[in-house]
Each structure stands twice: as structure tokens, then as C-alpha cells.
Design a protein around this ligand. Structure first.
Ligand code: CP
Length: 308
């Protein structure tokens, strides 16, 4: 059987994605029934960037399924001293059953996967955050509707890796995905086009606009992320100025659906991309969203390792 990777949400078919969400729900409901799913399996977790949620939820996911996680920082590997990332993939493949990596460029991730002979999971790259998207959809299923097709999500702010993965994941399940970002901060054109191509087959909808009201009006879900991602710290003042009109606050909530849920992949900066009132208010589902990283990744690990 061919080795499957999860470098982008687009590595899954629509059917595989919905099946994974069902598996994640089942594992969340009855975690005790899945404690031996990865017995005897080893997973390397490599972090070239900081992480709280991904780092902890992945290690707990592997361990609670009966497996063993080897957690590594990039700078403690020879990778940090210039060893080719393809070679790292080749070598780790001789010791463990899967490699999960948080890194910089998508090309780096693809090079690692090219060297590896085992599944590779993207734990965030500059281009995409596909594990986050699994947790996002699982959270929407729980808080909005079990059947996501037709559900509208408005993502406001920086059209970054999280927005990219949300676009592809939402399109795969037939959602109405709207992104509002200022010019120069909108999602990559090829990702938007790919999402539109997918949506054409799923009855989904994809809108990219620079008007907050166009995206937020009647939306079932409002979603945002930090305005300054890791590695962009020297742009933070400029970004705060350009993106300030894209904050989720009560005025945005007031034009969305009366039952709107508010999501944020975290970490959050209250007063920047989201007001404290909304972040900590009754519409916020951000803590369930963070918890769902664990359940979604458990389902992903079991599925990917079963493909080998
Ligand atoms: N959302 C997310 O990926 O959080 P961390 O950066 O803390 O892993």
C-alpha cells in the first residue's frame, strides 16, 4: 500500500475528511476504547518553531493511543547544523512509524516527505496548518451543525496558513467560506483557486473580499487568527495598522447570524484581532476548538498508520 502523507488538507478526499471527523468524534466520545490503537508504534514530533497546543496535543494523542512519541526541537537535531532535511526523513524512517513536523516553507516539508518512507504530517508550515483545520471542522460540527455543507464561516484578518487550510477544508465539505482581508494580506491566489475548484464539485462557495460586512453578514461562524505570525515579528506594527479594521468585535458579531459561534486557533491577542469581550463571551468556542486538536489528531494518526 502506498504511504500517505498529510501535508495539506488537499491530501484527503472529501469522503476521507468526513470519515476522519466521524472517527475523531467517536474517539472523543469513548477514548477508553482506543488506548491500544498505536501499541508498538513510534512517532517523531519535530518542532522548528514554538508551539503550545500542537506540541502537547500531539504527544498526548500518541501516548493515549498506546504509542511512543519522540519529541525533538529542530536545533537539537543535526538538521539545525545543516543536515539535509531529506536525509533526516530517510534516517527517521528507519526508527519510527511516522514523522510530524512544524517547520517553515512547504518545500521543506515536501523535501522531508520525499526522503521519508513513512507518513509525514504537517504540524504547521508557512503555507498551511492542516491539523488545525481538522479541529476547526470538528468544532463546527459540534457547535453549529453535524452536517457542515452550507454552513457559512467568515474568516477575518491575515490570509495566512490557517486561512489557507480553512479554505480547502471548508470547500471539501461544501461550506460557504468567506475570507475578508485587506489587499496584500489576502490568501494566496492559487489556494483560493484550488478551493473554488473543489467547491464547484461540493456545492460549496468561496468568497475573498476586503469588506468585513460582506464576509460576516449572516455568518454561522466568525474566525480569526493573529495578525503577526511566527517569523513576521518585525512587521507587527505595520500589520496592526493595516489589519485594524478586520478585528472581530461586537459590531462584527452583530451582523452575523444570531447564533454565531466565534473561533480562534490561538494564541490570541485580545484587543488586536479579537476583542476581549468576544473572545471571553458566550459565543466563543475557542477552548473546545483547542481541545479538539487532540481528538482530531488521534483520528489522523490512527488512519495514517493504518495505511502502511
Ligand atoms: N493553534 C496552534 O497551532 O497553536 P500552537 O502554535 O500553540 O501549537
Amino acid at each position: 500500500m502506498a504511504v500517505r502523507d498529510y501535508l495539506s488538507v488537499d491530501d484527503l478526499s472529501s469522503r476521507e475528511l468526513t470519515d476522519l471527523l466521524d472517527d475523531a468524534s467517536a474517539m472523543k466520545a469513548k477514548p477508553d476504547q482506543h488506548t491500544d490503537a498505536l501499541i508498538g508504534r513510534h512517532v517523531a514530533l519535530v518542532f522548528e518553531k514554538p508551539s503550545t497546543r500542537t506540541r502537547v496535543s500531539m504527544e498526548v494523542a500518541v501516548t493515549s493511543l498506546g504509542g511512543h512519541a519522540v519529541v525533538l526541537r529542530g536545533d537539537e537535531l543535526q538538521l539545525g547544523r545543516g543536515e539535509a532535511i531529506e536525509d533526516t526523513g530517510r534516517v527517521l524512517s528507519r526508527y519510527v512509524d511516522a514523522i510530524a513536523v512544524r517547520t517553515f516553507g512547504q518545500d521543506r516539508l515536501e523535501a522531508l516527505a520525499a526522503g521519508a518512507t513513512i507518513p509525514v504530517i504537517n504540524l504547521l508550515s508557512d503555507r498551511s496548518h492542516p491539523c488545525q483545520a481538522l479541529a476547526d471542522l470538528l468544532t463546527m460540527q459540534e457547535h453549529v451543525t453535524e452536517k457542515l455543507s452550507g454552513t457559512s464561516v467568515a474568516y477575518l484578518g491575515d490570509g495566512n496558513n490557517v486561512a489557507h487550510s480553512l479554505l480547502i477544508a471548508g470547500a471539501k465539505v461544501g461550506m460557504d467560506v468567506r475570507v475578508a482581508s485587506p489587499s496584500g494580506y489576502q490568501p494566496d491566489r492559487d489556494v483560493v483557486q484550488r478551493a473554488r475548484d473543489i467547491a464547484a464539485h461540493t456545492d460549496g462557495k468561496v468568497i475573498v473580499t476586503d469588506l468585513v460586512a460582506e464576509a460576516a453578514e449572516g455568518a454561522d461562524v466568525l474566525y480569526t487568527d493573529v495578525w503577526t505570525s511566527m517569523g513576521q515579528e518585525n512587521e507587527s506594527d505595520e500589520r496592526a495598522e493595516i489589519l485594524k479594521g478586520f478585528r472581530i468585535d461586537e459590531s462584527v458579531v452583530s451582523v452575523a447570524s444570531p447564533n454565531v459561534k466565534v473561533m480562534h486557533c490561538l494564541p490570541a491577542h485580545r484587543g488586536e484581532e479579537i476583542s476581549a469581550e468576544v473572545m471571553d463571551g458566550p459565543r466563543s468556542v475557542v477552548w473546545d476548538q483547542a481541545e479538539n486538536r487532540l481528538h482530531a489528531q488521534k483520528a489522523l494518526l490512527v488512519w495514517l498508520l493504518a495505511q502502511q
